[in-house]
Design a protein around this ligand. Structure first.
Ligand code: FNR
Length: 362
């Protein structure tokens, strides 16, 4: 029988009640990395709205790994305690609580979008950023912060930070851990020859450039229980065909290696490495063909993201076997009840929160 958007998906011992995931979306609303009522209400509403998986925003494994001072973090037990409230609530609504673990690399130390996303100078609270090599992100909005090429010690420290973050996320009650290796942040910076000019075992060849993301995935898998899934989000391409860059064929080559390292699902996004990127058409489902190509290359499950806004479209992606999970970002900002409405539109039964029974369509 063909799977639909409302066919549960079992990954390891964890059942996702449907194939809709709330895409990770930074809210830039934390203080010292601690989540607030905003995050509980924001993520909680999307769980009430029926999404099978509710993924937190990029959650920094260290203070330096935050994109902005308002990013959520998980570098202490206090951070995990506050996040536990969110994981508990999401679970209580029948959704699977998931957390995206992240390090922003050379794209750290920026203002939030509503303050222009410009890099923050050190004298105004900005910080030195870490990257595979010392060339800074070519900002159009201002001067980049000091960008330091990571030493072997820095690399070991980042691996330790991902390990500690995964341990804390587990204690906080999350069921899925996603490694953020997309959008031009640290792990993607190692993958791409545009940002990685190292001549040690973490740079140069495909094997070397992919080493850190494989090691981080192994590290997270090592602390994540057997019955719980690990996801990895990648950028399938840098969209920089005019230069030596990260592209779809390398992503297809990487996917089975990530699966071997312990990834159960590859979440396929794109871009973010360099402002010169040329996206031909960021329309509905524009990254789905990339998910499809990655799916051909691996036995791991695959998630498609980008421009998925219509229930029928999301359903067709799953029914046609193009991806296993429909990941919905901005449409969830417009409509926290996307999944409840999708079930109605597609004629599927879904359990509504008892408090909302009088709001059901029939
Ligand atoms: C994002 N995106 C994003 N991606 C990610 O991996 N981690 C993150 O924390 C964020 N933060 C974020 C904030 C906001 C406000 C937006 C709009 C987007 C990217 C997001 O998860 C998704 O991949 C894209 O938005 C494309 O999907 P949609 O929005 O077209 O469904």
């Amino acid at each position: 029988m063909t799977d639909s958007l409302f066919t549960p998906l079992t990954l390891r011992g964890t059942e996702l009640p449907n194939r809709v995931m709330v895409s990770p979306m930074c809210q830039y609303s934390a203080e010292d990395g601690l989540v607030s009522d905003w995050h509980l209400v924001h993520l909680g509403s999307r769980a009430v709205g029926g999404a099978g998986v509710v993924m937190t925003e990029a959650t920094a494994v260290s203070p330096r790994g935050r994109i902005s001072p308002g990013d959520v973090g998980i570098w202490s037990d206090e951070h995990a305690d506050e996040l536990a409230r969110i994981a508990d609530f999401v679970r209580s609504q029948g959704s699977v609580p998931a957390i995206q673990l992240a390090h922003a690399g050379r794209k750290a130390s920026k203002r939030p979008p509503w303050e222009g996303s410009a890099p923050i100078p050190e004298e105004e609270g900005g910080w030195e950023v870490l990257a595979p090599s010392d060339d800074p992100y070519p900002y159009e909005e201002g001067e980049a912060p000091e960008t330091r090429a990571m030493t072997e010690g820095d690399i070991d420290a980042v691996l330790d930070q991902f390990r500690a973050a995964a341990e804390r996320a587990l204690d906080a009650g999350f069921e899925i851990a996603e490694v953020h290796a997309a959008h031009g942040y640290l792990l993607h910076e190692f993958l791409s020859p545009v940002t990685n000019h190292r001549d040690d075992e973490y740079g140069g060849s495909f094997e070397n450039r992919t080493r850190l993301v494989r090691e981080v995935t192994e590290t997270v898998r090592d602390v994540w229980p057997d019955e719980k899934p690990v996801f990895v989000r990648i950028s399938a391409t840098d969209w920089l065909p005019d230069r030596d860059s990260w592209d779809l064929e390398q992503s297809a080559r990487l996917a089975p290696l990530l699966a071997e390292a312990g990834a159960d699902l590859i979440d396929v996004s794109s871009g973010g490495t360099h402002p010169d990127q040329q996206i031909p058409h960021a329309g509905p489902g524009y990254q789905v063909p990339y998910a499809e190509r990655v799916k051909e290359a691996t036995d791991a499950a695959v998630g498609a993201v980008g421009g998925i806004t219509e229930p029928e479209h999301a359903d067709a992606i799953v029914r046609n076997g193009r991806a296993d999970l429909a990941i919905v970002g901005r449409e969830h900002l417009r409509n926290p009840y996307f999944t409840l409405e999708a079930a109605h539109e597609l004629g599927e039964d879904i359990e509504w929160p008892v408090q909302y029974h009088r709001g059901t369509f029939d």
